[in-house]
Design a protein. Structure first.
Length: 213
């Protein structure tokens, strides 16, 4: 399994291209906003000879979905997210207007992702972890063979997701972190929605939100 990261849009969001051993690929949280960002993605697809199979969302905050409509239309691929995130996805245009961003609404999902569901990309399992709190239908994508977790905006290097946004909840977020994310093996690499990667072990030991006082 290979992973390519593109930093996109004014929020410096991490868009990930996950590439299986057979060349099939998923784009996770496509935040493409400019023509240059789209072209960079197309260049990577060509370089890696990727057959794009779908758009997978950790959550539907505007900075993570600015490129959904373009990717889906350009490559004819379906979109997937958790059912509880539908309300965020449907109201994205309002949020875009509020923060002054251009936004084209993406298509409805082909189907909803389920908590605990096991997906496959070129034979490698990917587990859907349900980790609400930053948003109601937030998920993370855990690759046990690669020991990676694509965490969206739940866990960052030295920080956690914003719990003061509409539909966010601090207690729910902390439960997701302690009962799901921190239960992963210490060497698991965390690929967050913004900023640099980290590991579960490092965050257990150093993250000020997670280390017991």
């Amino acid at each position: 399994m290979r992973l390519r990261r593109l930093i996109t849009n004014p929020y410096q969001e991490n868009t990930y291209l996950l590439i299986g051993s057979g060349g099939r690929g998923w784009v996770i949280d496509p935040g493409f906003y400019t023509l240059e960002e789209r072209q960079a993605f197309q260049t990577i697809l060509s370089e890696e000879k990727v057959q794009l199979e779908g758009v997978y969302l950790t959550h539907a905050h505007i900075d993570h979905i600015l490129g959904v409509a373009w990717v889906a239309a350009t490559y004819g691929v379906p979109v997937f997210y958790h059912r509880a995130e539908e309300v965020v996805y449907r109201h994205a245009a309002e949020w875009a207007s509020y923060v002054g961003l251009r936004y084209e609404a993406g298509p409805a999902p082909q189907r909803y992702l389920e908590a605990g569901e096991r997906l496959l990309l070129d034979g490698e399992p990917i587990e859907v972890l349900y980790v609400p709190g930053h948003s109601p239908g937030h998920v993370a994508f855990y690759l046990p063979d690669s020991k990676w977790v694509i965490s969206g905006d739940v866990l960052f290097r030295g920080s956690i997701g914003n719990y003061e946004l509409p539909l966010a909840d601090y207690a729910t977020l902390m439960r997701s972190l302690r009962e799901v994310m921190l239960q992963l093996e210490p060497e698991t690499v965390v690929w967050p929605g913004h900023g640099d990667s980290t590991t579960i072990g490092y965050e257990r030991q150093t993250n000020p939100f997670l280390v017991p006082a």
